[in-house]
Write a protein that binds this ligand. Structure first.
Ligand SMILES: Nc1ncnc2c1ncn2[C@@H]1O[C@H](COP(=O)(O)OP(=O)(O)OP(=O)(O)O)[C@@H](O)[C@H]1O
Ligand SMILES: Nc1ccn([C@@H]2O[C@H](COP(=O)(O)O)[C@@H](O)[C@H]2O)c(=O)n1
Length: 229
């Protein structure tokens, strides 16, 4: 009989490749917890914007984030994201936060603080799927299974457009530009840049639908457990 999954699955990759939706669905199928680390950086960005700090001012960002209470849930079926007790689950997905988040997440003091919190949340779970940009490389270098999700830029822009109900070609092109800008920022920062871990399995989702990717992740998770000594 296939054993239940126990351990940590990391799911990293560029923006719009399907990390959140795939990680959440895979966690549900595996009976695992789910941690959206992007939501934590987005919540930190809400704190920065509300404090009136400039997201490009690293010292100001570090001061604001050090004082903010950031809470995220780890249940796959509910989204909990709070800053200082206020529910920001909807607000973190807005354009203002999306524009500023890469600058905030590039600040090393912000990363140190949130990575500590991420490791504590992971330590509390027997089985967990964690998605982000640096999970396999920095946060959980000894994870049970590491996956790096990719997809062609055009597919990613189309998916994001469908998600937002956008069909105007000029607006789709603007979405593609924003995805590229964020990937460029996230891949070129000095601290924990976006890149695949040396031991990550690369999954290209361009030609797969969402369920196909989830099937692949679940299959890889079951083989990883089976392959344990
Ligand atoms: N394989 C797929 N085929 C088609 N659509 C997909 C696929 N995977 C995910 N999607 C859809 O693409 C959109 C973007 O997915 P999602 O938000 O999960 O990506 P992400 O990598 O977490 O993005 P970001 O890093 O910007 O938060 C969602 O609407 C999702 O349902
Ligand atoms: N481990 C991570 C996760 C996210 N980021 C930064 O947050 C931004 C938002 O992430 P989403 O997955 O919610 O789109 C992302 O663009 C990164 O700047 C990170 O640095 N590390």
């Amino acid at each position: 009989m296939t054993p239940d999954f126990r351990g940590q699955i990391t799911l990293d990759g560029p923006s719009g490749t399907g990390k959140s939706s795939v990680a959440r669905a895979a966690a549900t199928r595996l009976g695992a917890a789910y941690l959206d680390t992007g939501a934590m950086y987005r919540a930190a960005t809400v704190a920065v914007l509300d404090a009136g700090a400039d997201p490009e001012d690293a010292a100001a960002v570090a001061t604001v984030v050090a004082a903010a209470r950031i809470e995220v849930g780890t249940a796959a079926d509910t989204e909990v994201v709070r800053v200082d007790g206020v529910d920001v689950a909807v607000r973190i997905r807005g354009a203002e936060v999306t524009r500023a988040v890469s600058a905030v997440s590039a600040v090393p003091a912000v990363r140190r603080r949130l990575v500590d919190q991420q490791r504590a949340l992971v330590a509390a779970a027997d089985a967990v799927v964690v998605e982000g940009r640096d999970i396999g490389t920095v946060v959980l270098p000894d994870a049970t299974l590491k996956i790096y999700l990719t997809a062609a830029p055009e597919a990613r822009a189309q998916r994001r457009a469908a998600q937002l109900g956008i069909s105007d070609p000029a607006e789709v092109a603007a979405l593609a530009v924003d995805l590229r800008r964020r990937d460029q920022y996230d891949s070129s920062r000095a601290d924990s840049p976006l890149r695949p871990a040396a031991d990550a399995v690369i999954v290209d989702s361009t030609e797969l639908d969402r369920e196909g990717v989830v099937d692949r992740v679940v299959e890889l998770a079951r083989s990883a457990v089976g392959a344990r000594p």
